[in-house]
Write a protein that binds this ligand. Structure first.
Ligand SMILES: [Zn+2]
Length: 173
Protein backbone atom coordinates (compact mmCIF):
# COMPACT_ATOMS: atom_id res chain seq x y z
CA UNK A 1 0.00 0.00 0.00
CA UNK A 2 1.28 3.48 -0.91
CA UNK A 3 1.93 5.98 1.87
CA UNK A 4 -0.28 9.03 1.64
CA UNK A 5 -0.79 11.64 4.30
CA UNK A 6 -4.23 12.73 5.42
CA UNK A 7 -3.58 16.21 4.00
CA UNK A 8 -2.68 14.84 0.57
CA UNK A 9 -5.64 12.49 0.63
CA UNK A 10 -7.95 15.44 1.34
CA UNK A 11 -6.47 17.38 -1.60
CA UNK A 12 -6.93 14.35 -3.84
CA UNK A 13 -10.51 13.90 -2.63
CA UNK A 14 -9.81 10.40 -1.24
CA UNK A 15 -11.76 8.95 1.67
CA UNK A 16 -8.77 7.04 3.10
CA UNK A 17 -5.12 7.75 3.80
CA UNK A 18 -2.23 5.53 4.85
CA UNK A 19 0.67 6.27 7.15
CA UNK A 20 2.03 2.76 7.65
CA UNK A 21 1.82 3.25 11.42
CA UNK A 22 -0.16 0.80 13.55
CA UNK A 23 -3.46 1.80 15.18
CA UNK A 24 -3.95 1.34 18.97
CA UNK A 25 -5.11 -2.23 18.19
CA UNK A 26 -1.95 -2.88 16.21
CA UNK A 27 -3.51 -2.92 12.72
CA UNK A 28 -1.34 -1.57 9.96
CA UNK A 29 -4.23 -0.39 7.91
CA UNK A 30 -5.63 2.61 6.07
CA UNK A 31 -7.29 5.36 8.11
CA UNK A 32 -10.52 7.15 7.33
CA UNK A 33 -9.95 10.77 6.27
CA UNK A 34 -13.17 11.93 7.94
CA UNK A 35 -12.55 10.44 11.39
CA UNK A 36 -8.84 9.41 11.41
CA UNK A 37 -10.06 5.99 12.60
CA UNK A 38 -8.48 2.73 11.50
CA UNK A 39 -10.23 1.04 8.59
CA UNK A 40 -9.53 -2.46 9.93
CA UNK A 41 -11.04 -1.55 13.32
CA UNK A 42 -14.05 -0.12 11.52
CA UNK A 43 -14.64 -3.29 9.48
CA UNK A 44 -14.06 -5.49 12.56
CA UNK A 45 -16.80 -3.57 14.35
CA UNK A 46 -19.25 -3.90 11.47
CA UNK A 47 -18.42 -7.62 11.06
CA UNK A 48 -19.15 -8.14 14.75
CA UNK A 49 -22.37 -6.19 14.39
CA UNK A 50 -23.43 -8.44 11.50
CA UNK A 51 -23.11 -11.44 13.84
CA UNK A 52 -25.58 -9.98 16.36
CA UNK A 53 -29.31 -10.77 16.02
CA UNK A 54 -30.09 -7.14 15.14
CA UNK A 55 -27.25 -7.02 12.62
CA UNK A 56 -28.30 -10.33 11.08
CA UNK A 57 -31.88 -9.10 10.69
CA UNK A 58 -30.64 -5.86 9.12
CA UNK A 59 -28.48 -7.77 6.62
CA UNK A 60 -31.35 -10.08 5.73
CA UNK A 61 -33.57 -7.09 5.09
CA UNK A 62 -30.81 -5.46 3.04
CA UNK A 63 -30.46 -8.52 0.80
CA UNK A 64 -34.24 -8.77 0.41
CA UNK A 65 -34.44 -5.18 -0.81
CA UNK A 66 -31.42 -5.67 -3.07
CA UNK A 67 -32.98 -8.82 -4.52
CA UNK A 68 -36.36 -7.16 -5.10
CA UNK A 69 -34.64 -4.27 -6.87
CA UNK A 70 -32.99 -6.51 -9.45
CA UNK A 71 -35.50 -9.34 -9.61
CA UNK A 72 -35.81 -9.09 -13.41
CA UNK A 73 -32.04 -9.53 -13.76
CA UNK A 74 -32.10 -12.63 -11.53
CA UNK A 75 -35.08 -13.99 -13.50
CA UNK A 76 -33.29 -13.37 -16.79
CA UNK A 77 -30.17 -15.19 -15.55
CA UNK A 78 -32.32 -18.13 -14.46
CA UNK A 79 -34.10 -18.11 -17.83
CA UNK A 80 -30.76 -18.27 -19.64
CA UNK A 81 -29.70 -21.28 -17.56
CA UNK A 82 -33.01 -23.03 -18.09
CA UNK A 83 -33.03 -22.30 -21.84
CA UNK A 84 -29.65 -24.04 -22.06
CA UNK A 85 -30.74 -26.91 -19.82
CA UNK A 86 -33.95 -27.62 -21.77
CA UNK A 87 -32.42 -26.67 -25.11
CA UNK A 88 -35.12 -24.14 -25.95
CA UNK A 89 -34.79 -20.72 -27.62
CA UNK A 90 -34.38 -17.46 -25.74
CA UNK A 91 -34.69 -14.03 -27.32
CA UNK A 92 -35.84 -11.87 -24.43
CA UNK A 93 -33.92 -9.66 -22.01
CA UNK A 94 -34.40 -8.42 -18.45
CA UNK A 95 -36.24 -5.28 -19.63
CA UNK A 96 -38.78 -7.42 -21.41
CA UNK A 97 -39.25 -9.47 -18.23
CA UNK A 98 -39.76 -6.27 -16.27
CA UNK A 99 -42.43 -5.14 -18.73
CA UNK A 100 -44.38 -8.33 -17.98
CA UNK A 101 -44.71 -7.75 -14.24
CA UNK A 102 -48.43 -7.48 -13.48
CA UNK A 103 -49.44 -3.96 -12.48
CA UNK A 104 -51.57 -5.21 -9.59
CA UNK A 105 -48.64 -7.39 -8.37
CA UNK A 106 -50.90 -10.44 -8.22
CA UNK A 107 -50.34 -13.90 -9.65
CA UNK A 108 -52.75 -13.91 -12.63
CA UNK A 109 -53.74 -17.53 -11.87
CA UNK A 110 -54.06 -17.68 -8.09
CA UNK A 111 -54.64 -13.95 -7.46
CA UNK A 112 -52.16 -14.02 -4.58
CA UNK A 113 -49.66 -11.17 -4.05
CA UNK A 114 -46.30 -11.88 -5.68
CA UNK A 115 -43.31 -11.64 -3.35
CA UNK A 116 -40.30 -10.03 -5.03
CA UNK A 117 -38.04 -10.32 -1.98
CA UNK A 118 -37.56 -14.10 -2.03
CA UNK A 119 -39.07 -14.36 1.46
CA UNK A 120 -41.96 -16.59 0.43
CA UNK A 121 -40.79 -19.04 -2.20
CA UNK A 122 -44.28 -20.03 -3.31
CA UNK A 123 -45.21 -16.44 -4.08
CA UNK A 124 -41.97 -15.65 -5.91
CA UNK A 125 -42.64 -14.52 -9.49
CA UNK A 126 -41.56 -17.07 -12.07
CA UNK A 127 -41.50 -17.25 -15.85
CA UNK A 128 -43.96 -19.68 -17.33
CA UNK A 129 -43.31 -20.92 -20.84
CA UNK A 130 -46.84 -21.18 -22.22
CA UNK A 131 -45.74 -23.77 -24.75
CA UNK A 132 -42.54 -25.13 -23.21
CA UNK A 133 -40.76 -25.98 -26.47
CA UNK A 134 -41.14 -22.40 -27.73
CA UNK A 135 -38.81 -21.33 -24.95
CA UNK A 136 -38.21 -17.91 -23.52
CA UNK A 137 -39.47 -15.93 -26.46
CA UNK A 138 -41.70 -12.88 -26.75
CA UNK A 139 -45.34 -13.79 -26.47
CA UNK A 140 -44.60 -17.22 -25.00
CA UNK A 141 -43.79 -16.23 -21.45
CA UNK A 142 -45.91 -14.97 -18.60
CA UNK A 143 -45.19 -14.08 -15.02
CA UNK A 144 -47.02 -16.29 -12.55
CA UNK A 145 -46.29 -17.30 -8.96
CA UNK A 146 -43.87 -20.15 -8.37
CA UNK A 147 -46.63 -22.24 -6.81
CA UNK A 148 -48.93 -21.74 -9.84
CA UNK A 149 -46.02 -22.67 -12.10
CA UNK A 150 -45.46 -25.84 -10.10
CA UNK A 151 -49.15 -26.76 -10.43
CA UNK A 152 -49.20 -26.04 -14.16
CA UNK A 153 -45.80 -27.56 -14.85
CA UNK A 154 -45.32 -28.22 -18.59
CA UNK A 155 -48.97 -28.82 -19.31
CA UNK A 156 -50.79 -26.50 -21.71
CA UNK A 157 -53.76 -28.78 -22.35
CA UNK A 158 -56.51 -26.95 -20.45
CA UNK A 159 -58.78 -30.04 -20.49
CA UNK A 160 -56.33 -31.70 -18.08
CA UNK A 161 -57.01 -29.01 -15.49
CA UNK A 162 -60.77 -29.26 -16.05
CA UNK A 163 -60.61 -33.02 -15.48
CA UNK A 164 -58.50 -32.43 -12.39
CA UNK A 165 -61.04 -29.92 -11.05
CA UNK A 166 -63.93 -32.30 -11.81
CA UNK A 167 -62.10 -35.15 -10.11
CA UNK A 168 -61.48 -32.98 -7.03
CA UNK A 169 -65.15 -31.90 -6.93
CA UNK A 170 -66.23 -35.53 -7.16
CA UNK A 171 -63.84 -36.67 -4.42
CA UNK A 172 -64.82 -33.85 -2.09
CA UNK A 173 -68.55 -34.42 -2.47
ZN1 LIG B 1 -7.24 -0.85 14.00
Amino acid sequence: MKLISRKKAIIKGLSRYYTGKPCPQGHISERMVATCSCHQCKSDISNKYRETPVGKAKMKQYYRVARAERIEVIMFQNAKKRAKKFNVPLNIDSNYIKSLFPENKLCPILQIPLDYSGHDRNRTPSLDRLIPSRGYTEGNINIISKIANTLKNNCYDSSVFRRLADWLDQKLE
